[in-house]
Design a protein around this ligand. Structure first.
Ligand SMILES: Nc1ncnc2c1ncn2[C@@H]1O[C@H](COP(=O)(O)OP(=O)(O)OP(=O)(O)O)[C@@H](O)[C@H]1O
Ligand SMILES: O=c1ccn([C@@H]2O[C@H](COP(=O)(O)O)[C@@H](O)[C@H]2O)c(=O)[nH]1
Length: 226
């Protein structure tokens, strides 16, 4: 089974070695059991810090995105260096490089690819190119809510939904400026829809239960292509 895991950049902002070790152990367990695993890391606060600073200096959106991309690659190297036994030791910088790295049979970890999208789009593209059975989006909330749970404390978790419903839910929060993407950007949804990729959105605090998340046994949202 091929699984692509997108880890929110916020995971790295927490600077918690126990979390990184939990990620490492979960990935090692999956590899031992014969899963093929690809990982995409977000840029988190590091990306936002550089983007905000450069925006104040008047940088254009392309430069801002490039700063975000490099921040996400820094997080990717943190994961690569935590998994030297099984990881491909270079972070790919394009889909072509990812595919080439993937052909070596190792765990491949990447960050951003190109301006104009988020790392969620990268994870969808990589899932498509590797014929992944599943894309797991590990983030700082328990799954997809009917509205942004950070803004509305009464928001309810939606445990099963289609990509059409997901688009409707995320409609208001789909900005395309550098550093402002949330959860799944429009390109990510378009790719999972066209290639009928199943997506599970779960809390990264449950990363030690990655296998259970994959099996649908943990609290999460399952997004099926419409
Ligand atoms: N309907 C929704 N359900 C769940 N989360 C939502 C929803 N609408 C907006 N969000 C927001 O999406 C955030 C998760 O985004 P996530 O951190 O995975 O990706 P990101 O913002 O692209 O950045 P990064 O990977 O750098 O952290 C949540 O903290 C939440 O506030
Ligand atoms: O392929 C990509 C990936 C990312 N970016 C830019 O980087 C930041 C950080 O990524 P997140 O997924 O939001 O953590 C993102 O906001 C974009 O500005 C990109 O341009 N292309």
């Amino acid at each position: 089974m091929n699984v692509i895991l997108k880890v929110s950049g916020k995971f790295f902002d927490e600077e918690d070695p126990a979390k990184l070790l939990a990620l490492k152990n979960s990935v090692l367990q999956l590899v031992k059991e014969g899963y093929r695993v690809g990982i995409v890391t977000g840029g988190g606060q590091t990306a936002r810090k550089y983007i905000n600073l450069a925006r104040k200096m008047g940088s254009n959106e392309a430069f801002l995105d490039l700063l975000g991309i490099w921040a996400s690659r820094l997080n990717a190297y943190l994961v690569v260096f935590s998994l030297p036994e099984v990881a491909y030791m270079k972070v790919p910088e394009s889909l072509e490089e990812f595919i080439q790295a993937w052909s070596h049979g190792k765990v491949v970890v990447t960050g951003g690819f190109q301006p104009g999208q988020s790392t969620a789009a990268v994870s969808a593209l990589v899932a498509e190119a590797t014929n992944a059975d599943l894309l797991v989006v590990a983030t700082n909330v328990d799954g997809v809510y009917e509205k942004d749970p950070r803004l509305y404390s009464d928001a309810k978790l939606v445990s099963r939904l289609t990509t059409t419903e997901l688009k409707r839910i995320l409609e208001g929060s789909q900005s395309v400026s550098a550093g402002t993407y949330e959860l799944l950007d429009p390109l990510a949804i378009k790719i999972v829809e066209r290639s009928r990729i199943r997506v599970i959105v779960a809390n990264y605090n449950r990363i030690s239960k990655l296998k259970e998340i994959i099996k649908g046994e943990e609290v999460a949202s399952i997004v099926e292509p419409a």
